[in-house]
Design a protein around this ligand. Structure first.
Ligand SMILES: Cc1cc2nc3c(=O)[nH]c(=O)nc-3n(C[C@H](O)[C@H](O)[C@H](O)COP(=O)(O)O)c2cc1C
Length: 406
């Protein structure tokens, strides 16, 4: 592992059993060329000793706010101003609660409030403490309101005797996350994302329908990606599937519209990957239509344009992403759709290209956004494209937050 550039890192160690692992972490961060300054909470001194941390970091180890030595700046401002990155590891339920509410009764919590650098948190605690409503609410606040990045705990055998969620992430994962951005820090935590998948079926009679060739693979990949990035996901799908998140099965465009409209008010984003039929038979026969010798005429009516309806009524901070399956003038048609439907991003693909698009495991797309940006993603697995799109979604959320801050 090579460090791209060395960093001044403040490592805040709070009073969890995983604190002993920080000896190795400090050594490894130092070996990678970083300048590490350790701050202990008062209770953390029950779990680790200052001397080895001093030796391993080649720096003083701090704990107290009030020292006898006279300094030009108070120590919490000095440390806050000189650091590039703060890592709280292990982060106890207690320190997480303090960070979420701005309590400053420790040196490290003062440094956190006084600094403007990126903050990473590696929580570790008993499963019940982690899953407790207040801890989860506090984590949500740290992620959504303060932009802190969580290095999620993992399932495992805990020192308290429990087996479950709460084990601190490995030192390797922590390093890869804070120095190289390799791991997911759940950037969609606290966001509710609705994803649609599959092709709608518009009944002609109890047996026949008007359908399309959408397999649902792109939508399901998007729902998985959003879930893995920490979002609360509702997948509205015409394709049955079992997931750890909520799946609502629908058949027709009208059913899909009803479900989306009932969920949309509480949602932060909608990704419309489903192929929604533009038309449906005016009358769906209750009985199977009998074969006759003459032709029959099927009268069709327009289905509601879900994207257009929601694009018109959405709140400013709600993000809508649409798909545009085109067979000609791909970019031009997609751009028109983006503007007409007042959505935030459109993913266009050329359905005439073999091996991509409908039913395939791969896709090649053009991404257009409202700020006029265009990105081309060459042929690659739909899972990879999904991950790219959900990352872009998290960036849009970040930019909304930044606009609000300034
Ligand atoms: C043996 C022992 C292990 C503990 N391990 C944890 C832990 O892993 N995570 C946690 O949130 N609290 C743990 N606690 C509770 C914290 O130490 C306690 O809430 C403490 O006041 C937190 O202080 P701090 O957040 O200021 O460091 C543990 C307590 C004991 C006695």
């Amino acid at each position: 592992m090579m460090s791209k550039q060395t960093k001044n890192i403040v490592l805040g160690i709070s009073a969890g059993i995983a604190a002993y692992r920080m000896y190795d972490l400090v050594g490894e961060l130092k070996r990678l060329g970083n300048n590490v300054t350790v701050i202990l909470t008062k209770d953390a001194r029950n779990f680790v000793s200052e001397l080895p941390l001093k030796v391993l970091s080649s720096n003083p180890v701090y704990c107290e706010m009030f020292s006898a030595e006279l300094q030009s700046k108070p120590i919490h401002i000095e440390l806050a101003d000189s650091t590039d990155l703060i890592l709280i590891s292990p982060a106890t339920a207690d320190i997480i609660a303090k960070m979420a509410t701005g309590i400053c009764d420790e040196l490290i919590t003062n440094v956190l409030l006084a600094s403007r650098c990126p903050v990473y948190i590696a929580p570790a605690m008993n499963t019940n403490m982690w899953e407790h409503f207040t801890t989860q609410k506090n984590i949500e606040t740290l992620v959504t309101k303060l932009g802190y990045k969580i290095i999620p705990p993992e399932e495992g055998d805990l020192a308290c005797g429990y087996t479950g969620m709460g084990h601190i992430a490995s030192n390797e994962k922590i390093i890869k996350t804070i120095l190289y951005g390799e791991f997911d820090t759940k950037p969609l935590y606290g966001k509710k994302v609705i994803v649609t998948a599959g092709g709608t079926r518009e009944a002609i009679d109890p047996v026949r329908f008007i359908g399309n060739r959408s397999s649902g693979k792109m939508g399901i990949a998007l729902a998985d990606a959003a879930y893995n990035m920490g979002a609360e996901v509702v997948l509205v799908s015409t394709v049955p599937c079992e997931k750890k998140y909520q799946v609502i099965e629908v058949e027709s465009a009208q059913e899909m519209q009803e479900v989306i409209e009932s969920e949309f008010d509480k949602a932060d984003a909608l990704i419309m990957a489903a192929a929604v039929s533009d038309f449906r038979p005016i009358i769906a026969s209750k009985q199977k239509i009998k074969k006759k010798n003459e032709d029959i005429n099927l009268e069709l009516t327009r289905n509601p344009d879900i994207l257009e309806i929601l694009g018109r009524t959405k709140r400013d901070k709600q993000i809508i992403i649409g798909f545009s399956a085109e067979s000609e003038n791909i970019e031009k048609n997609a751009k028109e759709k983006l503007e007409k439907k007042k959505i935030d991003m459109i993913i266009a693909n050329d359905i005439t290209v073999p091996e991509t698009g409908f039913e395939s495991d791969e896709n090649a797309v053009i991404i257009l956004t409202r700020d006029g940006k265009k990105e081309i993603l060459q042929r690659q697995p739909k899972t990879q494209i999904a991950r790219y799109i959900t990352t872009r979604l998290s960036e849009i959320f970040d930019s909304i937050k930044e606009v609000k801050k300034t």
